[in-house]
Structure formats: C-alpha cells, structure tokens
Design a protein around this ligand. Structure first.
Ligand code: SAM
Length: 457
C-alpha cells in the first residue's frame, strides 16, 4: 500500500521537532501494516499464544501490548469476542507507560475520567492499569456510545461507568477527578498510513477547527479536575496547532503546570517542548518506531479546588426475592450493591457507592456496574455482561467448546453439548467465557446477544 501525502500537509510539518521529511514521506509511500493488540490481564488464554512470537513482539512501552506477525481475522477469533484482547494501535498504548510512571505502582488515582472515550481503547487500557480506581468512560456522540459500552462489557471490569455527555456537563462535578484523559478529536494525520480517507479530508482549515474544538473541550472539562490532579492530553495529529500549541494554551489558560517524564531513548519516541512555556510532550513518528502518529503530554493541577460534595444515592435497591435469585450467580456478592435498573439487576461495587451516586445524579449514565440478570416469572435470566465479567461465580456449570462450535455459538446458531446437567451454562473457548446457553432436556438454547452476533458466514 502507498499513501501520497498532500504537499501543503508536508509543508505544514517542516521545522516541527523530530520531523524528517524524506523518512516520513518514504514510510507513507511504502506502508507496512503494523498490527498490535493489548492483552487483557484478567483474561489469559492459551489461544493468544498463536497470534505472536513470545518475547519478540512486545510493544516496548506496554508489557501487555504485542505486535502481530500478520493481521488475522479478529472476527473469526472466539477469544477476541470474549474480551481476551483489544486491537489497539501501538503508539497510543504509551498511555500505559505514563500511568505507571506518574503513579509509581502505589498512590493510584481514586477517580478517573476518559472524556473522549469511544470506541474504548484508552478506557480498557485504564481499566486494566487502574483496576482499583473508579473510572468514568465518556463519549459525547450518542451513536458511538454503544460500541464503547460493548467494549467495556467485553473487557469485564466492574469499576467502569459509561456516560454520554458533552464535556460542559462535567462542570457539574467540580474538583471530582484525580486523573483526566482527553484523547481529543483531531485532524487525524497520525493515522494516514491506515486511512486513506483521512488524507482526503485533511486541510489547514480543519486543523484550525480541531484546535478550537480541543480548546473548547478542555475549557469545559477542566473544572472537574481535582487539586493535584493530572491531565493527560493526546491527539493522533502531527500538527503543532493541535499539539504543542495546545500545551502552551493550557499553561496560559489554567492553573496547570506541565510535567516532565523520562523515556528510554532507544524507543524512538521524540521528546518535544512547546515554544512558549517549554511544556514537554511526546511525538510518535512511524519512521522512527513501530506505531502510528501520536502526541501526548502530561499536566498537573496546581490550584486549590472546591470538591463536589453532594452525594444522594438514587440507586433503587433490588427486591429481596430478586437479590436471592441473583446472588448464587455472583462471586464475592457481599462487595456489591444490587440495584434494580429498568428491571435488570445491576451489581455495583459498594466501595464506589458515593462516586456512583455523584455520577448518576449529574451525568447521563449509559452503563454502570455489571448487569447480572432479569427475573422472568420464576426464572432468573443471567445477563451476557455477567458472563464476560469477573463477578461470575466459579460454581456456575461450564462447557468447553471446540473452535468450530465456539464460532457457531457466536453466530447465535444451534450448538450441541454432551452435558447431563440441565440449566444455565457458560460456554467457554480456551479459558475465555463467551456467554450463556440454557441446556434443556431435548435442546440447547443459545443466549448470545443478537446484536453482537457474528454475521460473517
Ligand atoms: N479515546 C478513544 C480510544 O482510545 O478508543 C478514541 C477517541 S477519538 C480520538 C476522539 C473522540 O472524541 C471520538 O469518539 C469522538 O466522537 C469524540 N468527540 C467528537 N467531538 C467531541 C466533542 N466536541 N467533545 C468531546 N468529544 C468529542
């Protein structure tokens, strides 16, 4: 594949730190597909070993990140559907490195927001890196929230709440978040090697428009950053107007100071500084490392901030009878509050009760906690989300499928199982839960969600 870059785009990058015109053009003219995945630490599977060469394929800045030798059909890989890994561009996994450096494995942030989250690459990374934090994964565009919620459900954590809000709605939560990730919408030049359409859409006017939008998003959201809280700002654009100039603008506008973090020079990441305030940032160029174009910078709040302090629990507790039906499906049920949301029993971590109340009262919540199931007559129908989460009790019957049967299951077709025990059963493939079946005396009912099923023949 060869990508021809517009001349005005190349000219606009002249003089930018780390930009090497000839190498940059060449790496776009001779595009080598780089495919990378990030493994889910909660879902190890032997099936994953077939995808990459152990020891040789690690993304240098993210131990869970792996480069693949070739791009497989993810659609036809059952463990992909079970959330064993996320297909993510390698450069953006650098967020993992920054989190580890900032928090040095001890003082993890309590409350985190991923403000521009769909389809969920950064949020699933945050969920894996910060399993003991309360994470709000937000997306403003309604049509993109479904895929975000689906990816969060597949990832299986219980500490993520998905919201559908405009950044300005976050003004209602002043000083609430200890870490804010703004992976801003941008002109997208960093993905030119993967997306020829992005090249056609690129223009100086669009860069300018994106830069204004980035400023607006930050202005709207920044009030919700706590005292001493960190802001991680990133784009997949090479344009200074969206990167270093935004860093200068952040330091000018808000009480934030830039934070310098060291990296291994052998990784090929370019460390930059902004013109006015010398704010450090990191640039990723595909001619210097195995990954696409990316920019990220770190800031810290210096202001004294009045924290949000009005917690009124709106969760409607599930009825006693309903809870009795749900509890046998759960591991460590005592750690969760069971509530009733539109007739679905939801398990929410007790330790985040206050936080859940604050977010539920102020934002538009699309998914919170883990859906456990629904009562239908005298039966309790367990939810697909429970099957994919780590809340599921180890006492639930399981059946291990072959790859062919796993694919039939994921296509929502009929499968046969040699099982004497009747009732709700988890289908697994290579140690990964795929979903529910109900074994009846003369047949098996497939409960894989219709809207998630594989359509490919
Ligand atoms: N963080 C995501 C990930 O890692 O998978 C990718 C985010 S993408 C770069 C930027 C996101 O910002 C998109 O999902 C887009 O819908 C959203 N967005 C677009 N306009 C926005 C706005 N005005 N305010 C906030 N987010 C916006």
């Amino acid at each position: 594949m060869s990508q021809v870059l517009p001349q005005n785009f190349i000219d606009s990058l002249n003089g930018i730190q780390g930009f090497d015109r000839d190498a940059f053009i060449s790496v776009h003219e001779n595009v080598q597909q780089v495919t990378s995945i990030r493994l889910n630490p909660l879902k190890p599977s032997p099936a994953i070993k077939d995808l990459f060469v152990e020891g040789e394929s690690i993304v240098p800045w993210c131990a869970e990140g792996k480069y693949l030798q070739k791009r497989p059909s993810f659609t036809l890989d059952p463990v992909f559907h079970g959330g064993a890994y996320y297909v993510q561009e390698a450069s953006s996994m650098f967020l993992n490195y920054l989190i580890k450096k900032i928090y040095k494995e001890k003082s993890f942030p309590k409350r985190v927001v991923d403000l521009c989250a769909a389809p969920g690459g950064k949020s699933t990374l945050l969920a894996a890196a910060l399993p003991d934090s309360f994470i709000v994964s937000n997306e403003v565009i309604k049509t993109r929230v479904s895929i975000l919620a689906e990816n969060i459900s597949k990832w299986g954590n219980d500490n993520v709440i998905v919201t559908n809000n405009d950044p300005k709605d976050f003004k209602k939560l002043p000083g609430f978040f200890d870490l804010m990730v703004v992976d801003a919408p941008c002109s997208g030049s960093g993905l030119f090697r993967k997306d020829a359409k992005a090249i056609e859409e690129w223009s100086e006017a669009n860069v300018e428009m994106c830069s204004h939008r980035q400023q607006r998003i930050l202005t709207d959201a920044i009030e919700s950053l706590s005292e001493d809280g960190y802001l991680l700002y990133s784009t997949c654009s090479y344009s200074v107007q969206e990167d270093e100039e935004i860093c200068d603008w952040i330091v000018d506008q808000f009480s934030l100071h830039s934070v310098k973090i060291s990296v291994d020079p052998s990784w090929g990441i370019v460390e930059t500084v902004s013109k006015k305030h010398h704010a450090p940032g990191f640039r990723f160029y595909p001619d210097k490392l195995k990954g696409e174009g990316f920019f990220i910078a770190c800031f810290r709040q210096t202001n004294i901030v009045d924290e949000y302090n009005s917690y009124h629990n709106k969760l409607k507790p599930a009825g006693k009878q309903v809870a009795l039906l749900a509890v046998p499906f759960l591991k460590n049920a005592e750690e969760y509050i069971l509530s009733d949301q539109k007739e679905i029993v939801i398990a929410s971590l007790k330790k985040w009760e206050k936080e859940i109340a604050a977010v539920t009262n102020t934002l538009s919540v699309r998914k919170s906690g883990v859906a456990v199931g629904t009562v239908k007559g005298r039966d309790f129908i367990p939810h697909h989300e429970l099957a994919l989460s780590h809340l599921l009790s180890a006492d639930i019957p399981q059946v291990n499928l072959t790859k062919d049967d796993a694919l039939l299951y994921l296509k929502r077709q009929e499968i046969r199982v040699d099982q004497v025990r009747k009732g709700w059963t988890i289908c697994r493939y290579e140690h990964i839960n795929l979903g529910w079946i109900k074994v009846l005396p003369n047949r098996v009912n497939n409960y894989y969600p219709t809207n998630w099923r594989i359509l490919k023949p």
